[in-house]
Design a protein around this ligand. Structure first.
Ligand SMILES: Nc1ncnc2c1ncn2[C@@H]1O[C@H](COP(=O)(O)OP(=O)(O)O)[C@@H](O)[C@H]1O
Ligand SMILES: [Mg+2]
Length: 285
């Protein structure tokens, strides 16, 4: 399935695919039918020690679209994102129950190497975090850990910087420190670093929330552009941003529940749940 965007966001029509594979149990209200989910969570629970941060999350993230995760602070958006590429493994007290599939393979199976998984499912964080290295080395880093330092590194670095819409701004200064770039450029550098190893999925956790409006708008354009080639899941606390750039929207609410998941247009224009309506119209959160 490929989103046909033609420059602006198009929302695929729900109900055009009758080969729905998800079980209808525990599906959040208004779940869109997704013909080829790249990511699928099934009854996913996440705990930090004794505290449950996510409850029975059932969700499918479609290929080459932008899926936005919205909801008030503390409702588990980052936790869900980290469960997709097993970044929660790095948190001692975190524990995951239930299933998370990447192309039908449970990423929590014993034979899955989390490092290899994270090359397929890259991540970009809220605060740009370039390494204290040159621009070139920041992007090449992902390739080198992959053992692909085989001569075409320069070409791959260039391609990644082009895809991250940064090449034109930095092509004359690849040896300069990534830390000397502006905040918005640093974030695009981190995006270039994430896409250099040629992932399929890019997870973004509030990638623009530390940036000024101009840099934010560049990131938004880039996210839409990236979804032509990659599957993108983006957490944002900015509802207008979700409405602008995403195809699908998942609304998490307090306590770690996925309350509604549907085409973005439907969520913002005619949500099923009163709580979602209250949230998106600003009555709380
Ligand atoms: N490393 C952690 N250790 C313990 N609790 C955590 C940790 N990270 C998040 N939590 C808790 O899990 C819940 C969900 O947090 P989070 O996923 O960060 O929410 P969001 O991204 O929606 O703001 C919150 O109650 C938060 O305090
Ligand atoms: Mg968060």
């Amino acid at each position: 399935m490929t989103a046909n965007r033609g420059g602006s966001r198009t929302v695929s029509k729900p109900g055009t695919d009758d080969t729905q594979t998800a079980s209808t149990d525990d599906v959040p209200l208004g779940s869109p039918r997704v013909s080829d989910p790249v990511i699928k969570s099934s009854n996913l629970d996440v705990y930090y020690g004794d505290t449950q941060a996510l409850h029975e999350i059932n969700m499918e993230i479609p290929e080459r679209q932008v899926t936005a995760l919205i909801g008030p602070s503390g409702c588990g958006k980052s936790t869900f994102l980290r469960s997709i590429n097993r970044m929660n493994d790095l948190i001692d007290v975190a524990r995951v129950d239930g299933d998370l599939y990447f192309h039908g393979k449970n990423v929590y199976d014993d034979d899955v190497d989390p490092v290899a998984l994270r090359r397929k499912i890259g991540m970009v964080f809220q605060k740009p975090n370039p390494f204290p290295k040159s621009i070139f080395d920041n992007v090449a880093y992902g390739l080198r850990v992959q053992g692909k330092d085989d001569g075409d590194v320069e070409e791959k670095v260039k391609t990644a910087l082009e895809r991250a819409a940064l090449w034109d701004e930095v092509k004359g200064q690849l040896d300069e420190s990534g830390l000397d770039l502006s905040g918005g450029q640093q974030q695009r550098l981190c995006i270039a670093r994430a896409i250099a190893p040629d992932p399929e999925v890019i997870l973004m956790d509030e990638p623009a929330s530390a940036l000024d409006p101009v840099a934010t708008s560049k990131i938004e354009d880039l996210v839409e552009e990236l979804s032509r080639e990659y599957t993108v899941a983006i957490v944002t606390h900015n509802m207008q941003q979700a409405a602008r750039i995403s195809d699908k929207t998942a609304v998490f609410l307090t306590g770690g529940h996925l309350v509604e998941f549907d085409d973005t247009e439907k969520i913002f224009e005619n949500p099923e749940s009163d709580r979602v309506e209250d949230y998106i119209t600003g009555k709380f959160g």
